[in-house]
Each structure stands twice: as structure tokens, then as C-alpha cells.
Write a protein that binds this ligand. Structure first.
Ligand code: SF4
Length: 359
């Protein structure tokens, strides 16, 4: 169905090295992986596992959890037993938390060697990670750049890239190459500029995202533009949308970005009209109910929900199946052809049953 839409938006991916996080490999032109981060206290194993399972069902492929203390590091072992996607431990400052997370079976680490301290501590973490085949993501954040880079270059994309390159150097000097990098700022311009710069300087796979992007509207918009621009240029091997919301919304947004770019799709694509003066049914409720019912549907189909029979089926010719509202009724159509008339109260039920029959 992507071919019907003309030229793909992404015409080539930047070549990066392949890095495996548990069973999920990224880089080397592999499909862009979707990841998220929990917001439950990691030490609360039951709450964290429940959230990760909801994220898995929504299509999350890699999950990161904060490891602020030893209790959280120890909890990773129990969490990992109950989930099916790779688990990344997010660590700041204390190298002992990194070692404990590795002992608990973490599939990946997110640390900045620069804030772990003396080189022997970094060496110890890297050696342990290497033994276990665990990669390390260097996560540069514009809000917590090392003082030396800020003083020399200001809070600029160049400073973020310098920080990343120095941190990559620390790991590579001790022979550790299983690295990913992220360079996040809370504004789109700096984020995009930083990733463009680093993509020209290293083949390390890139974890792309706009950090602290905001609530639903601002966060989705900034993420779609920032992540979308980079992916369209072939930059980015795994993405994380960051929202001040339930992380399930992050995963849904990430998949919509990938779908809009024609990179990957997951489940039905729903197209629905904004309605206008011709619409005589409560289309917003119909669209909401259909969208909610199809959230975890595996079918790769296009479903149209249109407000009127005048333009509906015609406007949605490419849809596999859809409905168009009339006055007190709706019609069911398939591939732009009218199938039958349905009472408006039965529209959602009939449409969902017809979709069920497509499985
Ligand atoms: Fe208006 Fe009909 Fe188009 Fe919807 S499909 S926007 S109701 S003309």
C-alpha cells in the first residue's frame, strides 16, 4: 500500500554499525525500533511489569527503566523475568548501579562515561558489559551537558556532539564498540542540528528523540517534526517519543511517525474526515470508538470513517473498508464501492464485525 502513495519519503538510511540489545538489533539499516521508558518507581516490580506489559501490547520493542538506587538495580532481575522485550537500565553517576544492573540481567545500559567518574570505573563497567554482550548508550542531554563543553561552546549542538564524541572516545579507547548515542534537546532545532552533525562523524547507531517535549499536543508535534525530519534524512536507528503522559501514548505516536514516513506500519491505519456541514451523524464518537476497538488489531489495513455519502467513499477510495454517514444511517463500503446501508446505531458494531471477518 505504501507504493500506491508515490515516492517513499525515506530514500536511504545512513549506514551505521549493528548493535544488539537482547533480541532486538538496531543499526545497519535494520527496521527503526520503537522504545519507551517507564514512569513507575522501578523498585515497585508489580507496577513496573504491568506498565511494561501494556507498552509491549502497544508495540514497544525496547524498554528503559530508571535505576536511581540499589533496590531498583536488584528489582531488574524480577522485572526481566516477566517481560518479553529487552530491558535497559538508565544510570547516572554511580558505576556500582551499572554493575548491579548487569548482574540483574539488564540487556542494555544508558550511562554517560563522563559522569561516572574515574576511568577505572568506566573500564570496570565496560568490561562487565562486554562479557555479557550488553551495549551502552551514551545519552547526551542539552540540559545536563558537562561544564567544560558549555564553557567552551555554549549550550549548542556542537557542544552536544563534542560531549558525545569524547564519551564515545572513552569507551572506544578501552576497546568497547557496542555503543549507541543520543543527543537530545527540548527544542527541535538544536536536536535536529546535533544529530545531523554527529551522523557525519560516526557510524555509531543513533537513538533519536526530542527530550522533555511536553504534553500531548506540543510533545507529539515536536516529536513528529524533529524525529520525522531526521528519519526522512535517513538518520536514526531507534526512536523514543517523550511525552508528559502515559508512555503508551509515546509508543502510539512513534508508530504513527514511522507509518507516516512509510518506514514501518503496525495495525490498521484509520483515516477519518474532519466533518463539515454535510455530516449528519455523530462521527467523532464513531471514530473514537472504532479507534479504541482497533488499538491492538494486527491487520495491516486502511479503515475510512467519513462523514457523508456524497464524498465519503470517493474520498476514501484507497481504504480497504469504511463507513460513510447519511441522514440517520450510514453505508458500508469496501475499496470505494458501496456494500450496504446500515442504521446509524449499528455502524460501529457492523464495521468492527466486518473487520474481524478480514482476519
Ligand atoms: Fe464533509 Fe463529507 Fe468530506 Fe466529511 S466526507 S468532510 S462530511 S464532505
Amino acid at each position: 500500500s505504501l507504493l500506491r502513495r508515490g515516492m517513499p519519503l525515506v530514500q536511504g538510511r545512513k549506514k551505521t554499525r549493528r548493535v544488539s540489545i537482547g533480541k532486538v538489533a538496531v543499526g545497519a539499516g535494520l527496521p527503526v525500533a520503537v522504545q519507551s521508558m517507564t514512569n513507575t518507581p522501578t523498585g515497585d516490580v508489580a507496577a513496573t511489569v504491568t506498565q511494561i506489559q501494556r507498552l509491549e501490547a502497544a508495540g514497544c520493542e525496547i524498554i528503559r527503566v530508571a535505576v536511581p538506587d540499589m533496590a531498583a538495580a536488584l528489582a531488574l532481575a524480577k522485572i526481566r523475568q516477566k517481560i518479553n522485550i529487552p530491558l535497559i537500565a538508565d544510570i547516572h553517576f554511580d558505576y556500582r548501579l551499572a554493575l548491579a544492573s548487569l548482574a540483574s540481567g539488564a540487556d542494555g545500559l544508558r550511562i554517560n562515561p563522563g559522569n561516572i567518574g574515574e576511568e577505572w570505573k568506566v573500564r570496570e563497567v565496560a568490561n562487565c558489559a562486554r562479557e555479557k554482550g550488553v551495549p551502552i548508550r551514551i545519552g547526551v542531554n542539552a540540559g545536563s551537558l558537562e561544564r567544560e563543553f558549555i564553557e567552551r561552546l555554549g549550550p549548542t549542538p556542537e557542544a552536544m556532539v563534542e560531549s558525545a564524541m569524547v564519551n564515545i572516545g572513552i569507551l572506544e579507547r578501552i576497546g568497547f564498540k557496542d555503543i549507541k548515542v543520543s543527543l537530545k534537546a527540548s527544542d527541535v532545532a538544536r536536536t535536529v542540528a546535533a544529530y545531523r552533525l554527529i551522523a557525519a562523524r560516526t557510524d555509531v547507531p543513533l537513538h533519536v528523540g526530542v527530550t522533555e517535549a511536553g504534553g500531548l499536543f506540543a510533545g507529539i508535534t515536536k516529536s513528529a517534526i524533529g524525529i520525522g525530519m531526521l528519519l526522512a534524512e535517513g538518520i536514526g536507528d531507534t526512536i523514543r517519543v517523550s511525552l508528559t503522559r502515559d508512555p503508551v501514548e509515546e509508543v502510539r505516536t512513534a508508530w504513527e511517525i514511522l507509518r507516516a514516513l512509510g518506514l514501518r506500519s503496525r495495525g490498521p491505519e484509520i483515516i477519518s474526515c474532519p466533518t463539515c456541514g454535510r455530516c449528519k451523524i455523530d462521527l467523532f464518537t464513531v471514530a473514537e470508538q472504532v479507534e479504541a476497538a482497533l488499538l491492538n488489531c494486527p491487520l495491516d489495513i486502511k479503515v475510512a470513517i467519513m462523514g457523508c455519502v456524497v464524498n465519503g467513499p470517493g474520498e476514501a477510495k484507497e481504504a480497504d473498508i469504511g463507513i460513510a454517514g447519511g441522514d440517520g444511517f450510514g453505508i458500508l463500503f469496501k475499496k470505494g464501492k458501496v456494500v450496504r446501508k446500515i442504521d446509524q446505531h449499528d455502524l460501529v458494531r457492523v464495521l468492527l464485525k466486518e473487520i474481524e471477518n478480514l482476519k
